[in-house]
Design a protein around this ligand. Sequence first.
Ligand SMILES: Cc1ncc(COP(=O)(O)O)c(C=O)c1O
Length: 401
Amino acid sequence: MNEQLQLYRTTTDLYRDFVMPTYAPKLLLVRGQGSYVWDHAEKRYLDFGSGISVCNLGHCHSAVTKAIKTQAQTLMHVSNLYMNVQQPRLAKKLIKHGFDGVVFFANSGAEANEGLIKFARKWGDPQGKNEIISMHESFHGRTLATLAATGRSKYREGFAPDMPGIKQVEFNDLTALEVAIDEKTAAVILEPIQGEGGVIPAEIDYLKGVRELCDRKGVLLMFDEVQCGMGRSGYFYAWQGYGVKPDALSLAKALGNGFPIGAFMVKREYAETLTVGTHASTFGGTPLACAAANAVIDTMHHENILANCQKQSHYIKGKLNELKAKHSTIVAIRMRGLMIGIELTCAAAELLPGLQEKGLLALSAGENVLRLLPPLNVTVDEIDQAILIINREFTAIEKSS
Ligand SMILES: Cc1ncc(COP(=O)(O)O)c(C=O)c1O
């Protein structure tokens, strides 16, 4: 047996014997560079999932790798009982992107959203408001509070009872929200562009209406930008594309380009809601994580990442519309920036193995949406390669059906 196959078999066996089977991975990836990853047999794949919107600057971006290396040799971790140089610098960068407030650092999207929910309850407590409204088809994470906020019931099955005080309403339906808000409502949480639910952008009038409604009813508006934030939509924060500012928001995924870090931010007027001792996280905001995220944001500026995202968004939209005209399997194309959903007549998960076999890693969302989340520095040539593969895959499935 050759060495590569040996590595594959050993790794598969180790997974089978020692890793909890909450995922079912088959492909073994061993390295990545830019928009590409390679498997154990040196086969190259275009990664149009970016690790589910994490590696927005591509794999192993040199500036981020360098920052991690340098910081790892200097100071990796100190507890939040002490200051470190990187954390407030990162907080300032996030704030200077147009959200005047303060930041709490966590490690993941769920933890950041958990923080938002705690913030809302703490804010509402003196007024007897402790309930949160979220949206059908939303996804906010796998902890118990964020599961309760997640509007896809299949994720909650078997984990009853749900954390109380969270209910869902229809997304993009202002009347449903107005009816649901009552004197116990502390906050509304939503993704400006739903990701896992099927790449469903909020309608602009809806989002403006939600802002107006929350203001009128004295309810906090909180955005989960874990997937759609950090430039994915073509704007640093997705809400900037709508001109609708939340009272609080969460980030994670692409914030560290692969180094785990999450954050939530609240408007300055709420800066004193969570005070000393009311919230904490051992690993939140370590010098290492924050050095990685600082390098991510600096690189976004140095390399004009938002401009590239908008430019390539326009390019790929044209290409996808051409595909739609050719393939009856495509029902609709929904996108903001490089957050792309291709609604299909069939289950999207069925296409993924064929795409992978042809050298393209993509994702599904909802039941029948093929989701593409390419790196934001993707090139025209890489988009052309991906389109060619998608075209071949659609042609193959349409022939066989
Ligand atoms: C919108 C949104 N919120 C929260 C999460 C949870 O993030 P994490 O997996 O880092 O906990 C995700 C993950 O896909 C997400 O897409």
